[in-house]
Design a protein around this ligand. Sequence first.
Ligand SMILES: Nc1ncnc2c1ncn2[C@@H]1O[C@H](COP(=O)(O)OP(=O)(O)O)[C@@H](O)[C@H]1O
Ligand SMILES: Cc1ncc(COP(=O)(O)OP(=O)(O)O)c(N)n1
Length: 268
Amino acid sequence: MNIAKALTIAGSDSGGGAGIQADLKTFQELGVFGMSALTAVTAQNTKEVTGIYELPPEAVAKQIDAVVTDIGVDAAKTGMISSVPIMEIIAAKVKEHRIHHLVIDPVMISKSGAALLKEEARHALKRLLIPLAEVVTPNLPETEVLTGITPDTEEKRKEAARRIVEMGARSVVIKGGHLRGEKAVDLFFDGKSFEHLTAPRIETRHTHGTGCTFSAALTAELAKGRPLFDAVRKAKEYITAAIRHPLELGGGHGPVNHWAHRREEAKG
Ligand SMILES: Nc1ncnc2c1ncn2[C@@H]1O[C@H](COP(=O)(O)OP(=O)(O)O)[C@@H](O)[C@H]1O
Ligand SMILES: Cc1ncc(COP(=O)(O)OP(=O)(O)O)c(N)n1
């Protein structure tokens, strides 16, 4: 039996809505065997992050080595990586193990407003990780930090996408969750052409974990061997369903619903 296998290299969210927990739930829902390399533990719920505890870089390296050398990895993603030494070790391991299908979600700030990336690590993210990515998935504030362009018009978003590809990424999806308007429109660019991914904007405050879940779904589809743009389209369908059927947990930004796609599939 050929089982697709995906690895998430990210932080733990005790609240279960984002980070490693969102990634593993998404992998499982999409029929992919999920593995993890933890970079940090956060104490977090739908309202706030009350603690961040980084793991030593060698602990991150050991986790990656352990799973790659035994089980194998068809695709991997990164999420919260807060410091330069952890980024350096991840970049080295991605190269050593020749992880080709790599999704970089450049996580910077949680929905509740906590900084998950140290300021001094921003440059390292561009220098070390983005050049290794098959696809980078920044939201609008992350796009601005990466490129220095305020992405408030379509032209500026296209210019920012070009810049990210010039940094060495093979492609980029600039996510439009933070835009206003009736539609949630994301912009894909692979160095040749632009594509839009459009879904109805859902009015809800339960959007904790949208970015992690989208990038995990994309990773799962790449692990299954789906071509890149098809994988992006599938990930968009998955996240839209997860936002459309909220669980309404907690008193703040509640988590998206990782099993909502089953309801949509049952409807046909
Ligand atoms: N209210 C919403 N309705 C529909 N789709 C949304 C909504 N908010 C975010 N999305 C989608 O969820 C995905 C994650 O986007 P975004 O919220 O921009 O990322 P992040 O969680 O990293 O800030 C994108 O595909 C985006 O278009
Ligand atoms: C441990 C951890 N990693 C990442 C995030 C950010 O997740 P994201 O999917 O961008 O969702 P929001 O929380 O920003 O909606 C996190 N909070 N914790």
